[in-house]
Ligand binder design. Structure first.
Ligand code: C2E
Ligand code: CA
Ligand code: CA
Ligand code: CA
Length: 279
């Protein structure tokens, strides 16, 4: 009987697939990760394309896993969403990023410095996020205009009236809302006018080909659209000088990418900021 039991278990395990059992393990561990302070934020500079001065950072979450090393968000954000942990995880990110912003502002003396925080569409389904943002701003004592929430086109898959209402409530706190990965989802252009958006982040997919032969039309068109709607633009994933020159020529306001800096731990980001300010 023992042998049969063991055989059954093996069969079940292999049938489930390595990936699925890996997800189950990670899922249990993610619950503990929040309690054990295993999540960390890295910060990637966003620069003014005219001056190349750092105008702010995007906060990007990582999981410092006790045995697997530093895990990228693609490894666990989907899991956090499907298990509902995203609400607590997202609240942690908002508080932590706002606290770091306060430290960056104090260290640089620039109280206009901005922080961009990614918000999952699911987080907008929960009214709690409005209280989380309000209290994070109060605790850190930073101006609401310095905080920018990045939402993806995935929000259009939720109840749009509810999403619009939630974004209005967040906007009423004074925070900015940007549409992330613009152009990669299903672009419901009508919502650009109906949601309280401040800016568009143009996905790396449109930036990577921009320096090649006549591949900048889409990016140029998006920049023109944004300009017409009074929205600011950030070009994502700038890796080369040629791409920088091209997105500049096409009229993007700000840029982000490995050419300027990879996402950095807080101390390194603070050092990067200090260097960029003194030069
Ligand atoms: P995203 O919001 O589009 O963030 C930009 C991603 O592009 C980051 O990957 C960043 O490291 C990477 N990147 C920046 N510059 C370059 C470049 O020049 N070249 C290339 N190849 N990549 C570049 P990362 O940190 O792995 O994050 C992946 C995604 O995970 C993010 O994409 C975002 O959708 C999600 N994410 C990250 N942090 C959070 C968070 O706190 N909450 C939520 N809900 N999602 C998050
Ligand atoms: Ca983002
Ligand atoms: Ca993006
Ligand atoms: Ca992306």
């Amino acid at each position: 009987a023992k042998g049969a039991g063991k055989g059954t278990w093996t069969l079940f395990e292999s049938g489930m697939g390595e990936e699925a059992s890996e997800r189950l393990t990670l899922r249990a561990e993610l619950h503990r990760a929040l309690e054990n302070d295993e999540l960390v934020l890295h910060f990637q500079p966003i620069v003014d394309l005219k001056t190349e001065a750092v105008t702010g950072f995007e906060a990007l979450v990582r999981w410092q896993h006790p045995t697997r090393g530093l895990l990228a968000p693609d490894m666990f954000i989907g899991l956090a969403e499907s298990t509902g942990i995203i609400h607590r995880l997202g609240a942690w990110v908002i508080r932590e990023a706002t606290g770091a912003l306060r430290r960056f502002q104090d260290a640089s003396g620039d109280h206009e410095l901005a922080m961009n925080v990614n918000v999952s569409p699911l987080q907008l389904e929960n009214a709690w996020i409005v209280d989380v943002v309000r209290s994070a701003l109060e605790v850190a004592a930073v101006g609401p205009r310095c905080l920018s929430l990045e939402v993806t086109e995935g929000v259009f898959l939720s109840d749009t009236a509810m999403v619009a209402e939630r974004l209005q409530a967040l906007n009423a706190l004074g925070v900015r809302i940007a549409l992330d990965d613009f152009g990669t989802g299903f672009s419901a252009l009508g919502y650009l006018e109906r949601l309280p958006l401040e800016g568009l982040k143009i996905d790396r997919a449109f930036v990577s080909g921009v320096a090649a032969d006549n591949r900048g039309q889409v990016l140029g068109a998006i920049a023109g659209l944004a300009n017409g709607l009074g929205l600011s633009t950030v070009a994502e994933g700038i890796e080369t000088e040629a791409q920088l020159a091209a997105v500049r020529a096409l009229g993007c306001d700000r840029g982000q990418g490995y050419l300027f800096s990879r996402p950095l731990p807080e101390a390194a980001a603070a050092a990067h900021l200090a260097t960029s300010r003194s030069s």
